[in-house]
Design a protein around this ligand. Sequence first.
Ligand code: BG6
Length: 463
Amino acid sequence: MTHTFPENFLWGASISAHQTEGAYQTDGKGLSVQDTRPRDNHEIADFTVAVDHYHHYKEDIRLLAEMGIKIFRFSIAWTRIFPAGRGEINQKGLQHYSDVIEELLKYGIQPYITLNHFDLPQALEDEGGWSVRSTVDAFKRYAETLFEAYGDRVTHWLTINEPNIMLLVDKKILGKEIPLQEKYQQFHHLMIAEKYAFKRCHELIEGGQIGPVPNISLVYPATSKPMDNQAALYFNSVRNWAYLDFSCFGRYNAVFKDYLNRNGITIEFAAEDQELMEHNFPDFVAMNFYTTVTVEKPTEKDGMANGISDQQSEDIMEWGFYKGFTNPYLKKNEFNWTIDPDGLKTTLQTLYDRYHLPIIITENGLGAKDELTDDGKIHDSYRINYLNQHIDQCLQAVEAGVDLIGYSPWSAIDLISVHEGISKRYGFIYVDRTEQNEKELTRYKKDSFYWYQTLIETNQLPS
Ligand code: BG6
């Protein structure tokens, strides 16, 4: 059997603004919750300089063009456009992304822009963040501003990065724990904000296409015990389907509603919500995938302390519903995340069967401690191996009938990991800096860069 991908398959690479740009107060940028986030570990790099993609974007895009990517997924920093989240537009910020878009188009690379990737303006957070309705209005204005400014050149958009993981792993990503009632009111506001983005993108951009971008990975039951299967049903719903059912079907699903009821959570709707939910839908689903999760039903001996400490580890507990379980059949990476390429195919098939929309993978990759050799090389065969296994499963999913249109791994270039600073690297391009020493930020091509370049050129996995 041939291992060739469909013609026009969208090979890409992804980044986010706050993890790469740095220049956190340059050209009028306001502070975001990522700039102010308290860190439990001050030994790791913050986002103030990151890899200074803000000033290096031309060099970075030139390298990515050399690698051969067809699409580039990046996010816009809301605080560059509206430093305080709303109000006057910061023209310098608007111009910056216009320049980035031009640079991409110069090389024939199509931009896929995420409206917001974890970096809510701090000024909005001070007013209550996603807990208050006014943030939805501010987001709507922000999204409209981008569609109006760039819609003549950018047709493909992603809404809000991983609202599911942002809410579930609030402490790690946002630096604070959100009480359950508030968390699911935030869920509603995030999803309504997304619905506005669908609506306005379709109204303002001719041929505009937009999709949600959650982190989706199947949840397995730890055993064939019926109650473990029930635990998996609930976590699948809370982690995955609640978000996508809202985006793609315009409703709260029944398992999720039961989860909310049993937790005594009531969600407040505004007058326009029902109409908005039921009439605005995505054109495709973008999904981020790193691993699968396994859960069992908690018992009395597990205690009742709820919480999730890391998005992909098994440290998950919600009394009465589910508890993380170490899957004995899967290996782990050096940061304790399980590796499950087969699970990617099953996740893709499940997702496609549920929504029947084209799918694009907008994150997948291996975080590792890379080493720069004296002669300027990075021999990241472990990353090549990870990508190879996952891309192989993508191909198998395509052959099994899934409408997978593209693959844009994490990450185009080394960036500051949400959890582990710069020590956990994902990029095809190495950036020479350490946690505390920014050095010259020199870029080097890793072995995976050349491997991915060949893959894109031939449109097939090396045999
Ligand atoms: C995804 C996020 O959930 O996971 C990225 O969208 C993040 O922003 C990625 O970098 C990997 O997580 P981490 O903690 O290894 O950076």
